[in-house]
Design a protein around this ligand. Sequence first.
Ligand code: DX5
Ligand code: ZN
Length: 216
Amino acid sequence: MEPMISASILNADFSRLEEQIQSAEQAGVDWIHLDIMDGHFVPNISFGPQVASICRKITKLPLDTHLMISNPDQFIDAFADAGSDYISVHVENNPHIHRTLQNIQKKNKQPGIVLNPGTPLQSIFPVLHMVKFVLIMTVNPGFGGQAFLPETMQKVTELSQKIQAENLDILIEVDGGINADTIKIARYAGANVFVVGSYIFNNATGIDSAVRSLKG
Ligand code: DX5
Ligand code: ZN
């Protein structure tokens, strides 16, 4: 399978957001990744559903909304109505994860489950049948531009083997510190979708050549 790129706009130039998203789309990225942070679940605040609906107007690419917020149930409707296609929620600190995923299903959006680097893979097994994708964090969430943690690859390998052995229809996404080198490591481990932020939007060679180097 060709690697799919989900471009995270977290570190894009928001004064030129339309141009930045269009350049990424023209360069051939597959999804646009929206990092939603509330200052509680992660030590940073980003943006909300209003920016998601602006992105919806700018591009026809699928919007891949990654909720890093303490009460995701409260905001699923808003992000679904803003035009998200994929909505992922963390398994950590969620005592009612089945209900949260059901809320995403009810809105006819593709549900995903996310694990932080310190969270064991087994923690998502009870809900694996409910998701279309698993997002394995390759950094601790909160900021763009952090270094890829190679020890997370063991979870990617193990999940990829499980998906094959059980013939499951689930994509493996990785997020954090992905560049032209680390994408190879994550691909080899079995990941299919690669979230890339600063390598695309803060690349001295430009968005187009950055995306080409990821796909090549
Ligand atoms: C981290 C976010 C990531 C981040 C990726 O909390 O979930 O999506 O924007 O940025 P880079 O590619 O710069 O690590
Ligand atoms: Zn993310």
